[in-house]
Design a protein around this ligand. Sequence first.
Ligand SMILES: NC(=O)c1ccc[n+]([C@@H]2O[C@H](COP(=O)([O-])OP(=O)(O)OC[C@H]3O[C@@H](n4cnc5c(N)ncnc54)[C@H](OP(=O)(O)O)[C@@H]3O)[C@@H](O)[C@H]2O)c1
Length: 256
Amino acid sequence: MNAAIFDETIWITGASTGIGRALAVKLATQGNKVLISARSEQGLQTLAAEHSNTIPIVFDVTDTSALNGVTEQLQSHTDHLDRVVINAGNCEYFDIDQPDWSMMPRIMDVNFNGAMNTLAIAMPFLKHRPAGDFQSKHPHIIAVASLATVLPFNQAEAYGASKAALQYFFDALRLDLIKQSIDVTVINPGFVKTPLTDKNHFPMPFLMDADVAADRMIKAIQKRPRQYDFPFRLKSLMRLLSWFPGLWEKMMSRQS
Ligand SMILES: NC(=O)c1ccc[n+]([C@@H]2O[C@H](COP(=O)([O-])OP(=O)(O)OC[C@H]3O[C@@H](n4cnc5c(N)ncnc54)[C@H](OP(=O)(O)O)[C@@H]3O)[C@@H](O)[C@H]2O)c1
């Protein structure tokens, strides 16, 4: 049986497509109130039309002028969040022969600064609720980073650095939130078939459907681990290869 989370209020960024959308659909179907954010109003409205438990809140995570407005919108729908899933992200590949250095701050802005903007809004909503019969009610922050942080991928300088920054930030934040009993989980997916990876022109071992990824993520989110890396086979292979950097460089250089 698939894992289920129910009767919670959860905010997911990057919910218009891919992993975030699949998570939102599953969590709404399981009986949660799911606040869904992305830039695309149409994408969010389509999802909301199909799933009555979802509430669209348009939010460009890089737009610092939007933070107060997004807070007000959240307030109009809820006085608390049980969980926030910081998932919005983008990837661009660096070309060392024709370098676009502006890509570095651009990707950091979405993947890292966007996560900070989301967190700044979410924190005051992450409140404790009396424990129910079935679930712990500690608030829970979930950040979606990437298995790309285990080993360097060529042309992924901007993307990998932004995700490594997320990993460090949320590992440190976890320590600072112990006293407040707020849990922090970093999820590192491998390759998931989404509009983001549809642009890739290289082999993606153990590529999985967004639906399957969402099921695994919900199962992990329920257990609140510090970190969840998946799929197991890719994670294990990459961790093993990280002991052999010369071999990894040879493998990567064949792809460039
Ligand atoms: N797919 C994979 O293999 C994989 C692997 C590891 C990690 N991840 C991570 O998983 C997360 C979801 O990726 P995905 O594969 O599902 O990609 P996706 O289908 O392209 O989804 C990305 C989501 O982020 C939103 N987004 C992008 N820029 C935004 C911005 N400035 N403000 C607000 N929302 C923004 C997009 O919506 P709008 O365009 O409407 O704003 C979309 O909903 C990302 O953080 C990605 O890095 C993915």
